[in-house]
Design a protein around this ligand. Structure first.
Ligand code: IPE
Ligand code: IPE
Ligand code: MG
Length: 252
């Protein structure tokens, strides 16, 4: 990890987090996996506040993947209680602190009590702009891309899309949430080194940080350490280091 203190002018604009390790955290303590999920909600509270204090503009949290529907029903049912648990205490804080709540993912599969909780939070914070807090629920990156292709083909059928005009920016307009910016920093807790079908399109050039810390143990200091590590990296986007440092990098 990097050393020194965080440079406030270089805070990653969009941090995305794969909040993993709740189950193992609980099992290590002889608790039920679902106890780990409830402990994980406390971490969400802490990290949202910390990110807001640090001046992060976009924070996107992977709370439930499209693949997580394959878990035992009892666990899924318990996970579906968490949005209510979170917003009951945090919605007033979000309203007060200018946080705008958003959601990405497949609404069709989510129970109505989850949707109404989220919709209430989205509506109540619509005018806010200090930090955009997006929950990915029933979300899968491939699903998002295929849905975009469906919309694109409809426009093509209607004569609204000239195939020659299709480039990356034009394609991105068809995503569920074209306003979601590219991810600058992806944090995965729980030690697994994979993307697990999270924001496939938006992660194209993200800096990735995997930590062995389980999500319920992740805290403000760990977030700060992740940002410090991010700030120590050179984002080259395919170029060579001298070009990025503004030294021209002529082929010599
Ligand atoms: C992350 O923790 C929460 C969700 C995926 C919903 P896990 O439940 O995956 O925890 P582990 O990976 O089994 O420890
Ligand atoms: C990824 O964690 C999804 C979320 C954190 C919501 P998983 O625990 O589901 O990922 P895999 O199955 O280990 O890849
Ligand atoms: Mg997991």
């Amino acid at each position: 990890m990097g050393e020194g203190s965080i440079r406030s002018e270089a805070i990653p604009r969009h941090i995305a987090v794969i909040m993993d390790g709740n189950g193992r955290w609980a099992e290590e303590r002889g608790l039920a996996r679902t106890d780990g999920h409830h402990a994980g909600v406390d971490t969400v509270r802490k990290i949202v506040r910390a990110a807001r204090d640090l001046g992060v503009s976009w924070l996107t949290l992977f709370a439930f993947s499209s693949e997580n529907w394959n878990r035992p029903k009892l666990e899924v049912d318990e996970l579906m209680k968490l949005p209510e648990e979170f917003f009951e205490s945090e919605l007033p804080d979000a309203i007060e602190n200018g946080i705008r709540i958003r959601m990405i993912g497949n609404r069709d599969r989510l129970p109505s009590h989850v949707l109404s909780t989220l919709d209430e939070a989205i509506e109540a914070t619509r005018g806010n702009s200090s930090m955009r807090l997006t929950f990915a629920l029933s979300y899968g990156g491939r699903g998002e891309i295929v849905a975009a292709v469906h919309r694109l083909l409809q426009d093509y059928d209607l004569g609204k899309l000239d195939p020659d005009s299709l480039d990356e920016d034009r394609f991105a307009e068809y995503l569920d949430h074209p306003e979601l910016p590219d991810v600058d920093l992806l944090i995965r807790t729980g030690g697994e080194r994979r993307v697990s079908n999270f924001l496939l399109w938006q992660l194209a050039y993200a800096e990735i940080l995997v930590t062995d810390i389980m999500w319920p143990d992740f805290d403000r200091e760990d977030l700060e350490a992740a940002i410090l590590d991010y700030q120590s990296r050179e984002r080259r986007y395919g170029k060579i280091s001298a070009q990025v440092r503004g030294e021209g990098g002529s082929a010599s």
